[in-house]
Ligand binder design. Structure first.
Ligand code: MG
Ligand code: MG
Length: 248
């Protein structure tokens, strides 16, 4: 395992990458409504990131063809953008990354399209909250498994499935670095967190069973049972006293 510890200059670059990404996601949030298309959201994200002098992390990453991943309803992650209008009642998970002077940020949100059911709204809210449960009381010296176990416990206590095939990850000069950050695991297990580590923490939840499958495009991961899924992610910095969220 090769975990990189960032110095203050590197962290400052990641803060800027994180800020631009937050602004991108805020912009997209205002543009999610019935009739909108993920392809248009993708263009908006690309144009905004370029206008800030930054670069999209995902575009061409291992051949991925878009600036954002747009995963609708039962799609968990890595959804492809298209010209199909979003419908009232859909939910869309948008995942995006920004590179600033060689340093990456990575974050995801699930947004409602118009009015959605209480069931879907709860899934979105609890998934978001599971991220905050995961980082509660976390600081340098804690074990990585504390994050994983708290996310898992919170999601499962609400009856949701926790996707295991995909995990959070270290992040820095590469989009995906060591260590993996699973959304399930044992408290007090795993590596010790060190000041200067930067992690993308990203709970992925399902309304039904936690099993997932790969779509024909070999990228998009969907729920096996066809029920909805939500995703929430931020890039964080481990500090002496806690966690600094770089994408909020
Ligand atoms: Mg992401
Ligand atoms: Mg990520």
């Amino acid at each position: 395992m090769n975990i990189t510890i960032k110095n203050e200059q590197e962290i400052e670059k990641m803060r800027i990458a994180g800020k631009i990404l937050k602004q991108t996601l805020d912009l997209l949030e205002t543009a999610v409504y019935p009739g909108q298309t993920s392809m248009r959201l993708n263009e908006m994200a690309y144009n905004y990131i370029i206008s800030q002098g930054a670069k999209p992390s995902f575009l061409h990453y291992e051949g991925f063809p878009y600036t954002i991943c747009a995963s609708v309803n039962d799609q968990v992650v890595h959804g492809f953008c298209n010209d199909v209008p979003l419908k009232e009642g859909d939910i869309i998970s948008i995942d995006c990354g920004v590179i600033w002077q060689g340093y990456h940020s990575d974050a995801a949100r699930t947004f409602p399209v118009g009015n959605i059911t209480v069931e879907k709204a709860n899934l979105i809210e609890v998934t978001k909250q599971s991220f905050f449960e995961g980082i509660k009381d976390i600081k340098a010296g804690c074990k990585l498994g504390n994050i994983s176990s708290k996310i898992q416990q919170y999601l499962e206590s609400h009856g949701y499935g926790v996707v295991r095939e995909l995990t959070g990850h270290g992040i820095g000069t590469h989009l995906h670095e060591d260590p993996n950050v699973p959304n399930y695991g044992k408290f007090n297990s795993g590596i010790v967190l060190v000041e200067g580590m930067t992690l993308a923490i990203e709970p992925m939840s399902t309304l039904g069973k936690r099993d997932v499958c790969l779509e024909d495009n070999n990228w998009t991961v969907s729920t096996w049972d066809g029920l909805d899924s939500a995703h929430y992610e931020n890039t964080v910095l481990i500090t002496k006293d806690g966690v600094e969220i770089l994408t909020l």
